[in-house]
Write a protein that binds this ligand. Structure first.
Ligand code: DGY
Length: 319
């Protein structure tokens, strides 16, 4: 039997799967586990099942000890993991690609609709108790039909978002470092372009690239200035891909029309300049937050863990 440390609450079915084969020490607290407690608990662990709120770095890997075989992140993004530090120590790192693709694309579309149709503003107005009545020019938004969606990062979630946008009558341009599904690339309206062209021509720019040094502040003051003044920015990827202070200024000054954000630069903090604006929809990192998706993510992390502990190839290795 191996010792598996789970750094936060995950669905019971995944815990049961792990418990059937191994000794499981799962943090059950309502708040995130504190760093000191985490470093204490991982000592002697053979596997760590981590949430994206926990930093898995050299300090933690050393605190765990040389017997550690696997770090299984319950997330597709793994910017919380120092992958080279895992590799140096012979620790397999894994993630949960695929199972949250559709849920995250749903949230991207939800944000697109919310910000272009001013749903947040309308909701706040009604809840404020202020008088309102239907009017020809009351809370007018912007239609999606015939507009262009610019997808930055055409991996699984970018493609799923593009498919949804096409169903709303949008044209698609995309920027991608990798070769992507030729079927999607060949479809009319799905055209590969450089980031500059994407920013200048899109009515909605939706971010779906991974976060890392290459994408830190990929969207800053200069990129926002390159967008149309009628355009919207959507971020369901990772907060630090966008320079939040620059975004707040661009929204305040009418450089772009609006933004829909599911992720933030310093979660759980949100830049105060964004909170005070009407033309931005803010939701608290809900991309994968459905019962079905979180269960699938935890089950995949459990499968990754069990495979490595049995000296088998895990379904979703990172290194
Ligand atoms: C992920 O898996 O990276 C998502 O951000 C979780 O919601």
């Amino acid at each position: 039997m191996s010792r598996v440390v789970v750094t936060g609450r995950i669905p019971e079915t995944a815990l049961e799967k792990l418990r059937a084969e191994h000794e499981v020490d799962a943090w059950e607290g309502p708040e995130s586990i504190g760093r000191e407690e985490l470093l204490r608990r991982v000592a002697g662990a053979d596997a760590v099942v981590s949430l994206l709120t926990e930093r898995i770095d050299a300090e933690l890997l050393d605190a765990a000890g040389p017997q550690l075989k696997v770090v299984a992140n319950v997330a597709v993004g793994y910017d919380n993991i120092d992958v080279p530090a895992c590799t140096e120590r012979g620790v397999v790192a894994t993630n949960t690609p695929g199972v949250l693709t559709e849920a995250t694309a749903d949230i991207a579309l939800g944000l697109i609709l919310s910000v272009t149709r001013r749903l947040g503003e309308g909701e706040r107005l009604i809840r404020s108790g202020q008088a309102w009545k239907w009017g020809m020019f009351f809370l007018l938004g912007s239609s999606l039909q015939g507009k262009t969606l610019g997808v930055v990062g055409m991996g699984g979630i970018g493609q799923a978002t593009a498919r949804r946008a096409k169903a709303f009558g949008m044209e698609i341009v995309y920027q991608s470092r990798r070769e992507i599904d030729p079927v999607l690339a060949d479809e009319p309206g799905a055209r590969r372009v450089e980031l500059d062209e994407l920013l200048a021509t899109s009515d909605i720019v939706s971010l779906h690239c991974p976060y890392g040094p290459a994408t830190h502040h990929l969207i800053g003051a200069e990129q926002l200035a390159a967008m149309k003044s009628s355009a919207y920015l959507i971020n369901t990827a990772r907060g630090p891909i966008v320079d939040e202070a620059a975004l707040a200024s661009a929204l305040r000054d009418g450089q772009i029309a609006g933004a829909g954000l599911d992720v933030f630069e310093n979660e759980p903090s949100v830049h105060p300049g964004l909170v005070e604006l009407e033309n931005v929809v803010l939701v608290p990192h809900l991309g994968s937050a459905t019962v079905e998706t979180r269960t699938a993510m935890a089950m995949l992390a459990a499968d990754n863990t069990l495979a490595v502990l049995s000296d088998e190839q895990p379904p979703a290795p990172i290194n």
